[in-house]
Design a protein around this ligand. Structure first.
Ligand SMILES: C[S@@+](CC[C@H](N)C(=O)[O-])C[C@H]1O[C@@H](n2cnc3c(N)ncnc32)[C@H](O)[C@@H]1O
Length: 243
């Protein structure tokens, strides 16, 4: 843990996302000055990424697209052995500062089958024209057209691939059978808390994923939040395949 780094990150989180004329500019404005400290802080905030990756299939010779992949931490978390088996990995993001960190990570690890792409998760198509695995880790809550991002991922994996998601959420007031209920204070607090950073935990992401894909794994959990001793933020893990 790096206290000075934490303070820089907390300053930007509490200050919130500042202006910008486009979504990409707002992302860059938010992350530019915390990109170097991103991984250390997010390791403690963004729970369940390794668990989601352990549940997805990354097939031998396959193509993996990590949408909103940021610094590429997921690629490391997948593990060298599974990574070596993949033909190609695309870390797709709109934020140049985070992609810069991902490129440093690629160089450090000497990965030859991984590349960064500055592109929108709602429209990026890999040169292969399809994917065996599309993941979103804590990115759907930051993508304004999240439904378009899910629809697009469904098209990319329609020949038998999987979509894996881990993210913050809140339950619907009246959830589907089998889904968790959250008290009013949970449903009211977290969307307001995150909104300043243009992060929108939604009651609709998980139901929409379940509508568009065949569910393989659905887990609903809560996680501690750094510097908020009593808070437990809800997150889910979803893994599905084409309908
Ligand atoms: C909270 S970060 C998560 C980064 C990474 N997936 C992780 O788990 O550490 C959300 C990421 O989504 C990216 N993002 C937001 N909207 C996007 C979009 N429309 N297309 C591509 N990336 C986007 C942001 O730039 C940021 O890197």
């Amino acid at each position: 843990m790096n206290i000075a780094g934490d303070m820089r990150v907390l300053y930007h989180i509490v200050r919130g996302s500042s202006g910008g004329n486009s979504h990409a500019e707002r992302l860059e404005g938010f992350y530019r000055n915390q990109a170097r400290d991103y991984d250390d802080f997010r390791r403690r905030l963004l729970k369940g990424r390794e668990a989601m990756l352990s549940l997805v299939t990354a097939p031998e010779g396959g193509v993996w697209v990590d949408m909103g992949g940021g610094t590429g931490a997921n690629v490391e978390a997948l593990g060298e052995e599974r990574l070596r088996g993949l033909k190609r990995v695309y870390i797709v993001d709109l934020c140049p500062s985070l992609l810069g960190q991902a490129r440093e990570r690629i160089a450090r690890n000497g990965w030859r089958n991984v590349e960064t792409v500055e592109a929108d998760a709602t429209s990026f198509v890999p040169p292969e024209g399809r994917a065996d695995l599309v993941t979103f880790s804590y990115s759907l809550t930051m993508i304004p057209d999240w439904f378009a991002a899910i629809d697009h991922a469904c098209r990319l994996v329609e020949q038998g691939g999987q979509v894996g998601v881990v993210d913050f959420y809140v339950a619907r007031k009246h959830p589907e059978d089998g889904r968790l209920r959250h008290p009013w204070r949970t449903r009211a607090f977290w969307p307001v808390w995150f909104a300043a950073d243009n992060v929108f935990p939604s009651p609709d992401h998980l139901p929409y994923l379940q509508k568009r894909l065949l569910s393989i794994h659905v887990l609903e959990r809560r996680a501690r939040v750094p510097y908020m001793p009593v808070a437990r933020v809800p997150f889910y893990i979803f893994v599905g395949r084409a309908n």
